[in-house]
Design a protein around this ligand. Sequence first.
Ligand SMILES: [Zn+2]
Length: 508
Amino acid sequence: MADKVYIFDTTLRDGEQTAGVTLTFQEKLELAEQLKNLNVDIIEAGFPYASPGDFEAVKAISEKIKGPTICALARALPQDIDRAWEAIRHSQKPRIHTFISTSDVQIKHQLRKSREEVIEMAKAAVEKAKSYVKDVEFSAMDATRSDWDFLCQIFGAAIKAGATTINVPDTVGYILPSEFHKLIEYLFENTPGIDDVIVSVHCHNDLGLAVSNSLSALQAGARQVECTINGLGERAGNASLEEIVMIIDTRKDMLDLYTNINIGEIVRTSRLVSRMTGVPVQPNKAIVGDNAFAHQSGIHQDAILKERTTFEIIDPKRIGFHESRIVLGKLSGRHALRNRLEDLGYYLSDDQLNRAFIRFKELADRKKEISDRDLEALVENDVKTPAEHYKLDYIQVTTGNRLTPTATVGLRRNHTMREESAIGDGPVDAAYNAIDRITGLKTRLISFNVQAVTSGQDALGEVQVHLEVEGVRVTGRGISTDIVESSVRAYLNAINRYINVVKAEEDV
Ligand SMILES: [Zn+2]
C-alpha cells in the first residue's frame, strides 16, 4: 500500500524570508486560507518570537484556519517556546517546531557552545514544548554538514524528550541526492526511537537540488517534506511544493507514495503567491510556469492535438490551467467575469466585482479580447492594498530634454489632502521626491521595473518597485496606461505596505 507524504508548507515563514518580500497581516491570512484549500497538512505560519507582527499573524491564523496543523517556529530557548505556544494555543491542531544548529562550524561560531551543551538545550526545548503540546518537531539546523553520529545522538535525545517529528534540513543547500539518501538511511539505522516518529526534510536550492534532494530522502524513508509555493525562501529558495507534489503524483508507479494535496488548486495558489510577494514565476518553471505546457514545435503540436499524452505527462487542466479558454469580451457578463477572476485567484466582494465589471466593460470597448493579464491589471489596484493609507488624488508633471523635470502630487490621507512639488532627474524621480515630502518617510529605491502588461498603443504598463522605507524592505506594484502614474502607484503601494507592517507591530 502506498505511504502518505506529509506536506509541510513554509511559504509564510521561510518563503517570507525571500529577499525583498514582506507580507501584510491580511495577506498572510488570505494565503493561509488558500493553503487550506490546497489541503496542505501543516502550515508553518511564522516565527512568533521574531517580531510582534509575526506573532499576531500566527495567532490569527491559528484561530481562523481549521483543518491543517498550524506550526510555529522557535529557537531552542524557553522564551521562544513560550511565545510560540502563546501564538498557537487556540489552534485545533497546534505544533511547536524548535531548532538548534548541529554542525560544528555553527556550534562553534554561531552558538559558541559545546556539542554536549547543544544536546542539553535541544532536550530542554523539546521537553518545554512537550509540556504545552503533543505535536513537537525538532530540527537540527545545518544537519547535512553535521557529524552523522552526533546527529543520531541529538535526534535520539529529542525523540526521548518527546519530539514526534524530526527534521533534517539541508540549510545551506549543499548535499547531493545520493549522499542525502545515505544520510537518511544512516539515521534510520542508528537513531534510537526513530521508527516511532516522522522523519522530515527541508532542502534549500543553492545548487538547484532542493527538489531532487527531497525526493531522494523520501525514497530513503522520510515522510514529511518542507516546501514552499513557487520554491520561495531564503537565498535561492526552498524545494517547490508544486514540483514535489506532482512528482509524487506523476510517478506513483515508481515511488508508491501519495499526498493529500488538492492538485486542482496548484496553479491558483502559485499565482496568488506570485502576486502577493511581487516575485514573478519564471516562464519555464516546471509545473506552474507560463510555458510549462506551451508546445512550440509543429510536430509536437500536431501530435498533441491527436493525442494529448504523446508529449504531455501531466494534464494541465488537472492542476488548474484552463486550456480551451472562453475568450472574454464585450458581451461577457458579470458571472463569466467572476468565474475567470476566481480561476486567477481573485475572490472579490460584490462591491469590488461591480467596480471591476465597470472597468472591464470600458476596456472591452477598446480591446476585442481581454486576456488574463488584462484582468489581473484591472483588479490589481483595487484589491492589492488592504489598507490604503495614502491615496493618489492627482499628479502633474512637466518634463522635456531642456527642462528640469518637475512634479506636483496630491495625496489623500483619511480626509485630508496634501500637495507638494519637487524637481528630480526625471519625471518619476520628481514625483517620488514630492511624495517623500508629503509622507516624511525616509526611502531608498532599490529596484524599478517597467513592463507592458498588454499590447497595442493603449497598453497597460506595470511598474514594480523594491523600496527600503525606514530600513524595512517592501515591494509595490502599480498599473495604469500612463507610465508615470503606474510608477507613482507602485511607490504608494510600497509605502502603504510599509505602514501596514509597522501598524500591525504597533497594534500589539
Ligand atoms: Zn530554510
